[in-house]
Write a protein that binds this ligand. Structure first.
Ligand SMILES: Cc1ncc(COP(=O)(O)O)c(C=O)c1O
Length: 384
């Protein structure tokens, strides 16, 4: 039996296969392996956006703010099904970059006597830039993360749960415990985690986290990000950007700034309603499919992808252990940029990360095993 036939058989047995029909897929021949950068478009999102625009915006106009006002928190509550948070612990708002900025400040405020921020030297750029910017502004030290580092003078460590290049999963529970024992906080970036693997903030001891909704959660281009602050920390969570959506009595216009005691204290200004409702649909779809099912398919897709890599001698840095990786794989090739554009010409959408990584994302709700085969087989035929 050929491996392509194996892929077709796996698709035929896939319990999540019908979810692909819930997405708008104008070109069924396009091999889309970049849902880790921008997830596909749920049909429900198209309908919801039309309804919100036509009925809530055009029809009800300003009256719609009665129920739009609380959208960041309502959509945040939906994240419980994705990351194990409790209602009232997440808001969906602004961008991951901004949420990182707030999260680092919250952590620094909770550890006022510590002057070190730690971040891996190869962490996703925006995370590093945010840390470096805050350190420069406040005269703090940035120290490169290393797994066994002494954390006794570190206020906060910023780390991704899943590495954006290799998809390697961090030792979240173990590291968070070690950090806590040494008095440090960890701000986890769940951008490549949320909607890709099972994750339970409480079971893992996570206290602060942020992440994207436009990748595996299919929230749409520029969809707002999320901030998780464990409920016990919220009343002491101070962040530097004071806006009226954090204010306790928002419409008592003449008072000074008295933020909510709850998660709303990280909110800033008027929320992006259209993006929020789009994110809500994407999150709801993953919640309905169930993170255990999604994660199981993600493991199967990436396992199949690694088998195909082996078949063609493609070199990958993605962990072999299915419990130690997310939902994308990294293949190392010389001239990655050039090869990526040739792949695009051959109907395969992936992406690259310098210097030599071709990255293939597998979105469990939309990617078929045969897409994985077709994408990697075409990659191999380019590299041979
Ligand atoms: C780990 C990580 N953090 C943050 C971001 C993006 O942040 P933002 O949504 O603010 O552009 C990405 C985007 O790919 C990412 O991979």
């Amino acid at each position: 039996m050929t491996l392509r036939q194996t892929a077709l058989d796996l698709d035929a047995d896939d319990p999540l296969a019908s979810y692909r029909d819930e997405f708008v897929i104008p070109d069924p021949n396009l091999v889309y392996l970049d849902g880790n950068s921008l997830g596909r478009t749920p049909k429900a999102t198209v309908a919801r956006l039309r309804q919100v625009v036509e009925s809530e915006w055009a029809g009800d106009l300003i009256r719609s703010w009665q129920h739009w006002l609380d959208l960041p928190r309502r959509v945040g509550d939906r994240m419980s099904a994705i990351i194990g948070s409790r209602p009232g612990e997440v808001v969906v708002h602004d961008s991951t970059t901004l949420n990182l900025y707030q999260g680092v400040h919250i952590a620094l405020g909770l550890r006022p006597n510590r002057r070190v921020i730690m971040v891996p030297a190869d962490e996703f750029p925006t995370d590093r830039y945010v840390v470096e910017g805050i350190a420069a502004e406040k005269g703090l030290e940035v120290r490169p993360f290393s797994p066994d580092a002494d954390l006794s003078d570190v206020a906060v460590v910023v780390r991704s749960v899943i590495d954006y290049r290799s998809a390697e999963l961090a030792d979240v529970a173990e590291f968070t415990v070690r950090a806590r024992e040494q008095g440090s906080l960890v701000l986890w970036d769940l951008s490549h985690t949320a909607g890709a693997i099972e994750f339970d903030v409480h079971a893992l001891g996570v206290e602060l986290a942020v992440g994207c909704t436009y990748k595996f959660l299919n929230g749409g281009p520029g969809a707002p990000a999320f901030t998780f602050v464990k409920s016990e920390l919220q009343k002491d969570a101070h962040q530097p950007i004071h806006g009226w959506f954090a204010q306790k009595d928002q419409f008592e216009m003449e008072r000074g700034f008295y933020p909510h005691d709850d998660i709303r204290r990280v909110l800033l200004g008027t929320p992006h309603v259209l993006s929020l409702v789009a994110a809500e649909e994407g999150i709801a779809l993953s919640a309905r499919a169930g993170m255990a099912n999604i994660a199981a398919k993600g493991r199967a897709l990436t396992a199949f992808a690694l088998d195909v890599c082996d078949r063609f001698g493609l070199v990958t840095s993605t962990p072999r252990d299915p419990d130690r990786r997310g939902c994308h794989i990294a293949i190392h090739v010389p001239d990655a940029r050039e090869r990526l554009s040739r792949l695009t010409d051959r109907g395969v959408i992936a992406d690259m990360r310098p210097p030599d990584i071709l990255r293939f994302g597998m979105s469990p709700l939309t990617t078929r095993f045969v897409d994985v085969w077709d994408g990697l087989e075409r990659t191999a035929s380019l590299t041979s």
